[in-house]
Design a protein around this ligand. Structure first.
Ligand SMILES: [Zn+2]
Length: 269
């Protein structure tokens, strides 16, 4: 009987949290909630990571990240780390928490290509793609149920009144962000926007924006039969490079107006 009761409560709270998350206006987690959860997830990643001791690469990651951050104009609590790993990958969590994996460095070949990658990843964060992606995910009934189960555990143990239970459910939804950040893919529309905005960021940061489409070519040929990790979530195709070439005149105008110009920057050695 007790099991049946628990199951019933699980089901009800699942519906409550799913319903709340689906309501229009003000019910999705705030930037502050999402950034706080992302910061926790980032701390977790860092606690398990081995940082690169390559001084030259670390210096490059820090200066490129800083320039892209400034170019984005976003007042995040920025942070960037270089993680020792063969993974060909880089990402920026909501709120400006950046990681670059050493596996991507030889593929980049130039500092400008790193600027293109970080421009793209930072654009996902500044355009709140994680949040939108999260909102989409919430509308998935299975995830809604999963969040509800997490919510009910919290609410049943911590709450006495229905309002508290509701907020506990929403809190669990925010906590789910860290998981969905890694498990879900950005949409094709998000990728296109991140490509465009990322190209603008790199140009404003003083890097030759024509390096962006050359970077994706190198990425595509880097993995041999198995495509690099970054490409499995960031599909590369002719449309993508055609887009980048199409936006180039606008990006070049930003580059020409940049206070400092670095071209393609230093080579990655
Ligand atoms: Zn992307």
């Amino acid at each position: 009987m007790r099991l049946l009761r628990v199951f019933t409560i699980l089901l009800i709270v699942s519906f409550i949290s799913y319903g709340c998350a689906s309501l229009p206006g003000g019910k999705e987690p705030s930037d502050a909630d999402i950034n706080a959860e992302a910061a926790k997830a980032y701390a977790d990643v860092k606690s398990k990571a081995r940082f690169s001791s390559n001084a030259e690469w670390n210096g490059m990651v820090q200066r490129v990240a800083r320039r892209i951050e400034v170019a984005s104009g976003e007042p995040f609590q920025w942070e960037a780390v270089l993680i020792e790993s063969p993974e060909v990958n880089a990402w920026c969590m909501p709120g400006g928490k950046i990681a670059v994996y050493t596996g991507i460095m030889p593929v980049l070949k130039t500092e400008g290509a790193l600027a293109a990658v970080l421009g793209h990843e930072v654009a996902h964060a500044t355009k709140r793609h994680g949040k939108q992606r999260y909102a989409r995910a919430i509308k998935d009934a299975y995830l809604g149920a999963g969040i509800g189960i997490a919510g009910v555990v919290a609410s049943q143990f911590l709450c006495k009144d229905p309002k508290c239970k509701l907020f506990a459910g929403l809190g669990a939804a925010a906590a789910g962000l860290a998981v969905t950040f890694f498990s879900l893919k950005y949409s094709r529309g998000d990728e296109t926007e991140a490509d465009q905005v990322g190209q603008q960021y790199m140009a404003k940061a003083g890097y030759d924006p024509s390096e962006a489409s050359r970077l994706w070519e190198r990425m595509a040929s880097a993995g041999g039969s198995k495509p690099p990790e970054l490409l499995s979530t960031h599909p590369s195709d002719s449309t993508r490079r055609a887009n980048l070439d199409g936006w180039l005149p606008g990006a070049m105008a930003l580059y020409n107006a940049a206070p400092q110009k670095y071209g393609t920057g230093a080579p990655v050695r």
